[in-house]
Design a protein around this ligand. Structure first.
Ligand code: FES
Length: 128
């Protein structure tokens, strides 16, 4: 019970995850996000999967590790399922806010995706 409560209110640290990219690693080109739909991206040669999108012109990313069963939420290179500012995990349909990463509906309601800090530099989205 306490563990579930802590998971609900704490944010995981992306730097502690297996395959975490170094600061400055390229995530994708900004042009790939022109339609503002979230996309799954594998960073570098690792299995580190995130989804990235533009919100009000600024890149935003979360690690695509569903807190329900810790499975990848989608497939690299594919657009993320998206509607009304939410992204869906394709396993059991949990919905997450693209702005906050909080699960708004589904089996892990109230839990959070791990945010990945990103910024745009010279036409690319980079970690940092
Ligand atoms: S693994 Fe994502 S909803 Fe179950």
């Amino acid at each position: 019970m306490l563990r579930a409560l802590l998971a609900r209110f704490t944010r995981p640290d992306w730097r502690k995850l297996k395959g975490a990219p170094a600061l400055g690693t390229k995530v994708c080109a900004l042009t790939e996000l022109a339609d503002e739909r979230p996309k799954y991206v594998k960073i570098g040669s690792s299995e580190f999967l995130c989804f990235v999108t533009l919100r009000k012109g600024q890149p935003r990313a979360f690690v695509a590790d569903c807190p329900h069963r810790h499975r990848p939420m989608g497939t690299a290179g594919m657009p993320a399922l998206y509607g009304d500012g939410e992204i869906a995990c394709h396993h059991h349909g949990a919905l997450f806010s693209v702005d906050s990463g909080v699960c708004t509906r589904g089996p892990c309601k109230g839990q959070r995706l791990c945010p990945l800090p990103v910024r745009s530099i010279e036409g690319f989205v980079v970690v940092g």
